[in-house]
Design a binder for this molecule. Structure first.
Ligand code: HEC
Length: 398
């Protein structure tokens, strides 16, 4: 019953998290597009302090949007703000982290052979890890580097590479990938909460009081907003990487993650330039090429490790003995493993035919050291190779 309630809660919270995330990312993409697409306003608008304007067609009508250099002479009655999308995405995300990874820390959060072994310590480590990204980013923002976009980007990448390496030491591989997404997502939300909204509120107050507004804090807010824009795609990548054990289970997982994050953040540059009317498809082509090279290396590496293994013939009976001992506790119609109300992802491995049905995925999951989850039953490296080879034979005979 308890695990069923957690399943239902995680379903609802995940659904909310995706909705709020779409609203946040959607609004963020829209405003970046808006800002980059503004055209010079006609003279009569410029006289009123308008910097640029833009016309668009949506929802059966034409919109006229104008952006002021500073602010309007008089504040409007209703001024729309955009921050709840960010806060609610973070809150639902943290709730999901609690439901999936903290409540089931020994299964999902902790690695089988890491330095952290108890759930409470694991949760504390996770929270400290997430906060560390925010602290490191804020420190970087206070260095002169902040004025040099390329050097700043290089430093942030280096900082994230170190954190990515740390995360695979501390957490299970799957949790490690997710933690990098949470860490960057937290930097983004903190940017909104501490760095973007407060100067905007101060700005509105200054205009309302008839004081000349100070543009410096707004420039900083704009910069944070731009950083968020580049962080978006890496965070989304990390969130979906959860479904791909061939990535997070790889022996160079932390390096693969940081390289792909750098590639997708660079891809964002294509769109930012395009909004400004600069069309550089070479950016997207280079990113796609770099991604293909990374995937080719990942494939080559996994093939190499299979080829290096000694050949042996495991009988069906011996293979099923291993599967029963190491997999069926979770992958059965009625799992016996604590915390599982149903077979994960509907994968049942109780008979040779059922195993054959999932042979390809099982092979991948075994090769990536993803299964058995957390390797609590202690499947040895030799047994793992034997099982993979037995699966290869089943796949060849299909
Ligand atoms: C402690 C419980 C547990 C054990 C033991 C376990 N699994 Fe899993 N398995 C899971 C969970 C949980 C998932 C779902 C993970 C997810 O959502 O990505 C899963 C998913 C899978 C998948 C689907 C992967 C995909 O990407 O679709 C396969 C295949 C699989 N396991 C095979 C195995 C094999 C083979 C073994 C034994 C060597 C094994 N599992 C042992 C819990 C377990």
């Amino acid at each position: 019953m308890g695990s069923f309630i957690i399943e239902v809660l995680s379903l609802v919270v995940r659904w909310l998290h995706i909705i709020t995330g779409i609203a946040w990312v959607g609004a963020s993409f829209y405003f970046i597009w808006l800002d980059n697409s503004l055209e010079d306003a006609p003279a009569w608008k410029q006289e009123r302090g308008i910097k640029g304007d833009l016309w668009s067609f949506h929802g059966g009508g034409i919109y006229e949007v104008a952006k002021y250099k500073l602010g309007p002479p008089q504040m409007p009655k209703t001024l729309h703000w955009f921050y709840w999308e960010a806060y609610s995405t973070w809150l639902t995300g943290m709730l999901l982290l609690l439901l999936v990874y903290y409540l089931q820390a020994s299964t999902y959060l902790l690695p089988s052979d890491g330095p952290v072994t108890t759930p409470w310590l694991g949760i504390l480590t996770s929270l400290v890890f997430i906060a560390s990204g925010f602290v490191a980013y804020e420190l970087l923002l206070r260095t002169p580097l902040v004025k040099q976009p390329l050097q700043f980007a290089a430093c942030v990448t280096l900082m994230l590479a170190v954190l990515s390496w740390v995360s695979v030491q501390l957490f299970s591989d799957r949790a490690a990938y997710l933690h990098m997404g949470i860490l960057i997502g937290t930097i983004m939300v903190a940017n909104v909460f501490f760095g973007i909204i407060p100067p905007q509120r101060q700005f509105v107050k200054q205009i309302e009081a008839g004081l000349p507004p100070d543009p410096a804090p707004l420039h900083m807010a704009k910069l944070r907003s731009m950083h968020n824009n580049y962080f978006t795609l890496p965070v989304l990548f990390s969130m979906i990487s959860n479904h791909y054990p061939f990535l997070y289970g790889h022996r160079h997982n932390w390096l693969i993650l940081i390289v792909i994050m750098a590639i997708v953040a660079t891809a964002r540059q294509f769109f930012n330039l395009r909004h400004k009317g600069i069309y550089k498809p070479s950016i997207l082509v280079s990113c796609a090429a770099a991604f293909i090279v990374v995937m080719a290396l990942v494939y080559w590496d996994s093939q190499r490790s299979v080829a290096a293994a000694p050949v042996n013939g495991l009988s069906d009976l011996a293979a099923m003995e291993l599967v029963t001992q190491h997999c069926v506790g979770c992958h059965a119609t009625t799992p016996t493993f604590a915390g599982f109300a149903a077979p994960p992802l509907g994968v049942i491995l109780s008979s040779p035919d059922e195993v054959r049905l999932h042979a390809e995925k099982a092979r991948q999951a075994l090769l990536a050291n993803y299964m058995p989850l957390g390797n609590l039953s202690g499947l040895s490296a030799g047994e793992r190779q034997q099982l993979v080879q037995w699966l290869d034979v089943q796949l060849a005979n299909k």
